[in-house]
Design a protein around this ligand. Sequence first.
Ligand code: HEM
Length: 427
Amino acid sequence: MTTTTTFPIGPAPADAPPAPAHVPAELVLDTRFANGKIANDLADPYLTCDVMRSAEMPRIHFYPWPSPGAEHGSWVVSHYDDIRRVYEDHTLFSTKGAAQFQALAGETFPSIPLGIDPPDHAKYRKFLNPWFTPVAMKTMEPRIRATIGGMIDSFAQKGEVDASHDFGRVFPVRVFLDLMGFPFTMFDQFLAWEWDILHEDSLATKAAAVTGILAYLRGFIAEKRASPDETLGSFIANGQIEAENQDGKRPLTDDEVIGMTWFLWLGGLDTVASTVSQMFRRLAMDQALQQRIRADRSLIPTAVEEFLRMQPLVNSVRLLTTDLEWHGVQMKAGDTVMCFNSSGNFDEAQFDAPHVFDPERKANRHFTFVGGVHMCLGAHLARRELRVLLDEWFTRIPQPFRVKPGADTTVVPGLLSVRNLPIVWEV
Ligand code: HEM
């Protein structure tokens, strides 16, 4: 992976995949730095993405590399209003084909709920929602608090921890495994599979990981059918959903069960972990911010929202359902459109002083959980984990912490952001 802090925009290099014939050559650009592909060492790792909204940039350009949900490159929108249009108009911009890594392993089931458009989408959300409401989170909170508190206590007196690898990476995955009913013994294997699926370039490596996890999940589902329990995994494996003829309920089909279990595994496993590692990196590098939140815990909810805005992990892709001319660009049905949340979350047209971290920011309507009907199902869980984490941390480690001298603070502005983040405090 290249590490740099300057990103001149230029045409895509000669070895980039070819763009379709209807895409003007001058719009095919190398913007991988704004799509979480290139590490940098800036205190605000997304600062470089501002160039996406500069006068020298076309309003819409073409990104020739594949991304999850787009095998052949995508059109890219980077302005807040354009991104909002894509998320909110699900008739024009479909999620069909989204997160279909399973196709690499010859599977045909869709990812549920992300890969399903309205109106069908609503019935799956209705089925899953009770597990993710603020009320459900309140019930989960004591266990989340105990998991986090216990982990912090195990290193508080050492004056040092790798906040990314040994802490931030571990506790959210523990919470997620607990919720689903997956055994903790699968921790390392799950993360290895996820890494291969999301970050390895080789299609064979990705396909092997998909095959591995799906075989595991099918075995897990069979177990939960044989011995149901109180976990979300069991609820799905034995699930009943509204019948299409509105006449009561019917059991979920096998494709629906694996489609939901698989997508929850993919979407829920370590998104919070990546958020935690970037959050601690920022706090460790910004003593004034750290002190302000430590001194006034009532700021935690709005500060968490600001961390989320300032560190969007994913740029989402949609499938265009009809031909469309937009900002002077002719797109065709079947093209994909990618939303650079890495730019939209910093659009001055929507956010005052977007690069100032304001722990009290009001009406913080960012795209880190996207928008429209596919707004992240796990958003309340993620928020709750992050809030509890800050609260427990400042209670158990009231001393200021900073990056361990000499440590590498390189970050990928996207998923699996910081591998290691050693931080230190006085004991
Ligand atoms: C900070 C943590 C998280 C972030 C940044 C995040 C981000 C996202 C994003 C960007 C999407 C929309 C994808 C798209 O439209 O293309 C999404 C959807 C989703 N997320 Fe999350 N997520 C997080 C945590 C979680 C957790 C913990 C879970 C489950 C335990 C989860 C489950 C889902 C599901 C099921 C969807 C699909 C919703 C739908 O299609 O209706 N997410 N998430």
